[in-house]
Design a protein around this ligand. Structure first.
Ligand code: NIG
Ligand code: FE
Length: 402
């Protein structure tokens, strides 16, 4: 029996990212049938489908749309002058302790109008989209007061109206202690838990919370309070942990069933088992590792040994990772951390989806959203190997050609 679908894509090689015991979950001589934005069939070319529209992939490689699962791309100003200071010998931590760092971006973000913030965010997001990114996580955390955090999260929502992309918004109130709570960090955490989280949850402005668990951020005890409030309000949990030192934040976050723990250069291999048990994704951020001249590497061997899913993201932000290229982040993850190209690509598709609590994206499989990119390459590893070489030849977002 011949079935009908809205869009038929024929003659492609598919790197499905399924677990089908083939590298990249690949399927040769393949086709896709798509209806209502969802993949109805994926498998070998066959005559059993007709489509309203038909696209000939000419044997190019089809991959899931890429997912950048950790960014801070909405912000005011930039930190180029701090970059100059760092080159003169000041460290990221010293600059933060002197009132620069995240605090300086908070000042600039509070001052900026919504229109200014939106315009600059569109430019940065557009860089990611050019490279085949179809889903971006964006954190707040440069407002800190209620109004500016809400302004940031509303801009995240607006971006989705303005660009062909899915946005996942995360509330990062526990990013740094704002000036108005100087020397009263616990009171600021109370404000986060009692005022901001309930309001954000009520207005559905974010799906998760994040924290910066670090000596220049928040203590594990303070982060724990944020996690408890997040759970009470049905929000997912993500955490910046073990970026500059080992405060055992990853283990704490895993105990709360975190979707992901991010950075983790200082995570002890012996603490990795806790991530596996909790189903937490390890998000590697090689852009920040590179830009801060870090030398300590995340425990990739232990993550592999315990089969903890690894994701890769840009961490696009003005202070530690001004990197608007997910393909470059994948290349860095391979060069610096030794990820195989397949691990890097699973890290920006199937495992990135998991780091965002998404069950309908990141794989080319029946029932998944038809977020797809076609690449004119001979092998998927080329996407990780080349630096500023590759752009998709076609992109579909929920089955719509963009
Ligand atoms: O992921 N670690 C904390 N947050 C960001 C940096 C933010 C900033 O420096 O503006 C990060 O590295
Ligand atoms: Fe970050």
């Amino acid at each position: 029996m011949v079935k009908h679908c809205e869009l038929l894509i024929k003659n492609v090689r598919i790197a499905s990212m399924q677990d089908n015991n083939r590298p990249y979950g690949s399927i040769e001589n393949a086709m896709l049938a798509i209806s209502d934005g969802v993949i109805e069939y994926v498998g070998e070319n066959s005559q059993t489908f007709t489509g309203d529209q038909c696209y000939d992939g000419q044997n190019s490689w089809m991959l899931p749309g890429l997912i950048d699962c950790h960014t801070h791309l909405i912000y005011g100003g930039n930190r180029a002058t701090e970059f100059e200071k760092r080159l003169q010998g000041l460290s990221y931590t010293e600059i933060a302790q002197q009132g620069g760092g995240i605090q300086s971006t908070v000042n600039a973000t509070r001052k900026a109008s919504k229109a200014q913030l939106l315009a600059s965010a569109i430019k940065r997001a557009a860089r990611l989209l050019e490279e085949g990114v179809t889903c971006i996580e964006i954190k707040s955390g440069y407002g800190l007061d209620l109004d500016t955090e809400i302004k940031m999260l509303e801009i995240a929502r607006e971006l989705e109206q303005q660009l062909p992309v899915n946005i996942i918004a995360t509330y990062l109130g526990a990013h740094t202690v704002p000036a108005e709570y100087k020397d009263k960090p616990d009171d600021y955490v109370t404000f986060i838990c009692q005022q901001v989280i309930p309001e954000i949850a009520r207005r559905k402005l974010a799906v998760a919370v994040d924290v910066f668990c670090e000596s220049i951020g928040f203590s594990p005890q303070q982060c724990e309070r944020v996690f408890i409030a997040a759970k009470q309000h049905g929000l997912g949990i993500k955490a910046h942990v073990e970026q500059l030192s080992d405060l055992k934040g990853a283990k704490l976050a895993a105990d709360f069933g975190a979707w992901s723990v991010d950075h983790i250069e200082y995570l002890e291999p012996s603490d990795v088992a806790a991530l596996k048990d909790a189903g937490t994704v390890a998000v590697l951020l090689p852009g920040a590792f590179y830009f801060l001249n870090e030398t300590k590497k995340p425990p990739v061997a232990a993550l592999r040994e315990h089969k903890v899913p690894m994701a890769v993201a840009t961490d696009l932000n003005p202070g530690s990772s001004p990197l608007a290229s997910l393909l470059t982040a994948m290349n860095m993850a391979s060069v610096f951390f030794g990820l195989t190209p397949e691990e890097a690509l699973r890290g920006t598709t199937v495992n990135a989806a998991r780091a965002l609590g998404l069950t309908n994206k990141g794989k080319i499989e029946q029932g998944m959203d038809a977020d797809l990119c076609l690449w004119d390459i001979e092998h998927p590893s080329e996407l990780v190997y080349g630096i500023n070489h590759n752009r998709p030849s076609a992109i579909w977002l929920r089955g719509q050609h963009v």
